[in-house]
Design a protein around this ligand. Structure first.
Ligand SMILES: CC(C)(COP(=O)(O)OP(=O)(O)OC[C@H]1O[C@@H](n2cnc3c(N)ncnc32)[C@H](O)[C@@H]1OP(=O)(O)O)[C@@H](O)C(=O)NCCC(=O)NCCS
Length: 138
């Protein structure tokens, strides 16, 4: 089940984040900011009342972050969360991906994203690939 983030999810989201991005996890402050300023655009995927994944995005389809708890990966949960963004934008989305994040690149290609441009040193230590997905005509 996908629903909006609730404040009681915060500790679990922090655990998912640290597991997914051990070198550069978002802080509690960052999640709190998005939960306050973008409350409709911070979604969680819940199993037995506990979040196992989240996505944060802007209303124009810019994906800020997505992570799925390791034990729940390759079950279509990430796809389900990106689909929620696509539903709201009519099929458009964009995302920055670390150049070395092979899994994320495969994931987004699978969802119909392709390389738009590269931003050198976007992460300080690494380039970003900007990947976009265009609406698919009927
Ligand atoms: C990227 C991530 C969100 C994908 O979530 P997920 O729920 O496992 O993705 P899905 O099950 O919806 O996968 C959809 C497709 O993406 C591709 N894919 C996903 N994970 C993959 C992997 N480890 N290796 C190869 N392809 C992969 C496959 O084509 C997959 O379809 P399939 O399982 O039928 O082969 C998850 O791996 C994650 O949290 N990674 C760490 C955080 C991260 O890198 N976030 C992205 C930052 S921009």
């Amino acid at each position: 089940m996908i629903r909006r983030f609730k404040w009681t999810d915060l500790d679990t989201i922090m655990e998912i984040e640290k597991e997914a991005f051990p070198k550069s996890p978002y802080s509690r402050f960052t999640f709190s900011y998005y939960a306050s300023a973008y409350r409709n655009n911070f979604l969680v995927y819940v199993v037995e009342n506990k979040p196992v994944a989240y996505i944060i995005f802007y209303s124009d389809g810019h994906i800020i972050s997505i992570a799925v708890k390791k034990a729940y990966r390759r079950r279509g949960i990430g796809t389900g969360l990106v689909d929620e963004v696509l539903k709201r934008t009519g099929g458009y989305a964009m995302v920055e991906v670390r150049a070395s994040n092979e899994v994320a690149k495969k994931f987004y290609r699978h969802l119909g994203f392709s390389l738009y441009t590269i931003i050198p040193n976007y992460y300080g230590d690494e380039d970003a690939l900007v990947m976009t997905r265009m609406p698919v005509p009927d």
